[in-house]
Design a binder for this molecule. Structure first.
Ligand code: HEC
Length: 140
């Protein structure tokens, strides 16, 4: 193919491309309510609807206070929410080794691999300065 340099053969193609791009609608225009815009569909003219009675926002359901918050009647709990047996301890050790030992070290000495490479060393203690059990323990 020889190119004559005037580009006239490509002009219709270029125009078609520009027009095709301009017609792209996809989901840009669709019937939807934008927050706080009025509605003529609902009698109260509000577009946003109240949640169904009894709806609970994701992550806010507390069915078992002791298990989910580590508290009893609002105070820090002094008991575990489930029986502690060897199987549970093994699972906890496995989880600790995976998620915590990189900083805290496998035996909790605070000398994990991340710390050996310069990250701040965690404390040995598992209690806060006030002497209370650390919140992180009960929230896991
Ligand atoms: C990225 C490193 C890192 C990881 C991973 C990590 N920690 Fe820590 N942790 C720290 C550091 C640093 C501190 C000290 C924070 C401070 O003093 O403010 C700390 C503090 C703590 C404390 C408070 C100790 C005390 O005496 O006050 C507890 C409890 C704790 N971590 C538990 C865990 C558990 C459980 C895991 C795993 C689920 C974990 N950490 C994972 C770095 C880490």
């Amino acid at each position: 193919m020889q190119c004559n340099g005037d580009g006239s053969r490509f002009l219709p193609f270029l125009v078609l491309c520009v027009l095709a791009c301009g017609c792209r609608q996809d989901m840009h225009n669709q019937p939807k309510y934008i927050p706080y815009r009025p509605s003529t569909f609902f009698l109260d003219t509000r577009s946003e609807r109240d949640p169904v009675p009894g709806t609970i926002a994701r992550g806010t359901l507390v069915e078992d206070e002791l298990l989910q918050t580590g508290k009893q009647a609002g105070a820090d709990a002094t008991v575990f929410p489930f029986p502690v047996d060897v199987e549970l301890l093994r699972r906890g050790q496995e989880r600790f080794n995976i998620f915590c030992s990189p900083c805290h070290g496998r035996d909790g000495d605070g000398a994990g691999m991340v710390v050996q490479r310069g990250y701040r060393r965690p404390p040995l203690s598992t209690r806060t300065a006030s002497g209370r059990p650390h919140q992180g323990i009960s929230l896991m």
